[in-house]
Ligand binder design. Sequence first.
Ligand code: ATP
Length: 436
Amino acid sequence: MIQSRVHVSDLREHVGRTVTVFGWVNTLRLQSKMQFVVVRDGTGMVQVTHKRDDGPLEARLQALTPESAVKITGRVTDAAQVKLGGLEIVPEAVEVLNPAATPLPIDEQTGIEHRLDWRFLDVRRRPAAQLMFAVQTTLEQGLREYAYAQGATEMHTPKLMGTASESGAEVFELGYFGRSAYLAQSPQFYKQMAISAGIEKVFEIGPVFRAEPSFTSRHATEFTGVDVELAWIDGVDDVMAFEERMLTHAIAKVADTHGEAVRERFCVEITVPTTPFPRITMAEAHEILRKGGWHPKGIKEDLDPEGERSISAHIRQATGHEFVFVTHYPVGIRPFYHMRPADDPSVTLSFDLLWKGLEITTGAQREHRYDVLLKQAAEKGMSPEPMQDYLNAFRYGCPPHGGLGIGLGRVLMVMLGLESIREATFLFRGPNRLTP
Ligand code: ATP
């Protein structure tokens, strides 16, 4: 630790004293009589003001380039005329710890794709991007806190699998010592195995891989999933109740910690939702959409993005709520392991959670009865052999259970009003992007 380092946000407490600031050169204004250097660290920016004197300091400052890493020692002075916090540093020593090459490859006007090429500079230079990662950290902390408080166990399930999970579509295949392995599309099967292993409440925050060639603002080929699975449930309502409380707790924590900064940097208000969240069935959702004159393209049973937005807008209008659970998805668009209600085998005991028009979660009660599971898999044309390890988990007393999967990047997108999941990810992975 550098003993004498003072963060920019703390400089006010050091007026009249000599301190050392570490940071990057944000901007340079080198005038005929004066040299102004704005230095930025993770906490803010300060102006370094030097009157030209033909001395070594002048030469040092003159040679600086934007984004060079510097150590500046100087006296903190009250300077009401300086817009940046009404302070300046009058330098006594300037050290360049690492000069930045010129010119910089990106600037304020650079578009997202090129910014992603230079993501380290993009994040370093934009306080909003820095804030996004602080929000992500607090959000994850809040989600974990809630899960721990409920007695959930945090698991780390394998991402390398010997057989493709779920459908086999959208799965990345890779070489594995002379045979094929697959990257996990979700921790679904392993979470359920943990339930069968007697762990009553399971959660995991980890990478999820999807080999889908989606070029949207909300799809990545690798993203962070927040997965939960709960045993001995009475029904899928228990799963939704867990999720709405978990999200509410985490959102409240973010609002508390970063609400003001988010308002300032992203111009959005983080509203802590009330529980329970509104719930409507998929059939009701279709009814609402039809009344609104919406005709799904090529009639799909699922909601398309426009449908999701319309449903959210409708619920917002009717209830003032930003969230809505859409329940009872038809069997045709849900995986074989979703449980079906005894009185209506055409639907599943499943849900999606929409937040401000975007799907952020899919969840369901799972079918835990081996024979029913086999039947449902067969109906979907799936053969049991490749999944036998999974299916075995249901042959020896696996309790009723259900769970959910949240996309962390999607939550951040909605929370901060970001245009793309690319902004909610450190290093985005998509069909056209494997670098940096
Ligand atoms: P979508 O219909 O939006 O493609 P999905 O139904 O395939 O999503 P699930 O498989 O249910 O999604 O995954 C659970 C959650 O993970 C989703 O609700 C979403 O928040 C997130 N998610 C799914 N696919 C992606 C992706 N490609 N990129 C980022 N997040 C994703």
